[in-house]
Ligand binder design. Structure first.
Ligand code: HEC
Length: 136
């Protein structure tokens, strides 16, 4: 009787283990769609392929400014933000205008960013919202 019980328990562990391993190996079907443009048809098999090209940054940007796209505020943004991290972390964002305000506050309060004067702050936030927003 005890032998049978032990066997059953061992089998259960085996089956469970195999189940977990199988779950690990299964590819996540959503990963292929990550980064797809908003509004695209997730059932269109071309969506995932196009997504990679569509969500890249707008051209190479200005090499001297860490690849930030040229425009009013590009230089100010570079000197304000790239003291601590690369421009990549900015270029990969597509967030709402509101979120940019929050990120600014977070950078000041949690990361110790020294705030520039009010005018420069506006120039930088406008630049960020113009170039890295999900709203336009
Ligand atoms: C004083 C240093 C400092 C400055 C200056 C700074 N940052 Fe950051 N920032 C950080 C650190 C540190 C992190 C990473 C925090 C983490 O992931 O734990 C970060 C992360 C970020 C992120 C990623 C947030 C996320 O969701 O993971 C963005 C976007 C960002 N910074 C934008 C900016 C912008 C825009 C500026 C200029 C206005 C700026 N940062 C200036 C320190 C700084």
């Amino acid at each position: 009787m005890t032998i049978i019980t032990k066997c059953a328990a061992g089998l259960a562990v085996l089956v469970l283990g195999a189940g977990l391993a199988a779950a690990d190996a299964r590819p996540d079907p959503m990963s292929a769609l990550a980064g797809r443009p908003a509004g695209s048809d997730p059932l269109d098999p071309m969506t995932a392929i196009r997504a990679k090209a569509d969500t890249g940054d707008k051209g190479a940007g200005n090499e001297e400014l860490g690849g930030l796209p040229d425009g009013v505020g590009a230089e100010e943004t570079f000197y304000q933000c790239v003291a601590c991290h690369s421009a990549e972390i900015i270029k990969q964002q597509r967030v709402t205008d509101h979120r940019w305000n929050e990120l600014w506050t977070w950078m000041v309060e949690a990361q110790g960013m020294v705030e520039p004067d009010e005018e420069t702050k506006e120039i930088i936030l406008t630049y960020l919202k113009q170039n890295f927003s999900s709203e336009r």
